[in-house]
Design a protein around this ligand. Structure first.
Ligand SMILES: [Zn+2]
Length: 96
């Protein structure tokens, strides 16, 4: 399974658990270091996800999602600085 596939699997575990899953990082294996942010339209709840590891700084982006009802989302019309506020600036996205 590729590193990208492992991140997809972690994303599925996250959504299936309503955000409650104790995830281990698909890249470095540490537990409890995964953070995520949904950004989208507050009405249609269409948007995208960014998911990253606070320790090894690997991450995944997925676009054109329907944001789950349990998740809070950041309005994608927000200032860029607000969209980026929680996300470390040195994340490397895993390649597909
Ligand atoms: Zn990691």
């Amino acid at each position: 399974m590729s590193e990208h596939d492992k991140w997809i699997k972690a994303f599925v575990a996250l959504t299936d658990s309503g955000g409650e899953a104790k995830l281990s990082c698909p890249s470095c294996g540490r537990v409890g270091t995964i953070d995520f942010q949904f950004v989208g339209d507050p009405v249609s709840r269409k948007g995208y996800l960014q998911m990253w590891c606070r320790e090894c700084k690997k991450g995944l982006s997925l676009s054109r999602l329907l944001i789950p009802h349990w998740a809070s989302l950041v309005d994608w019309n927000s200032e860029k600085s607000l969209l980026a506020e929680r996300i470390p600036s040195d994340i490397t996205e895993v390649e597909e």
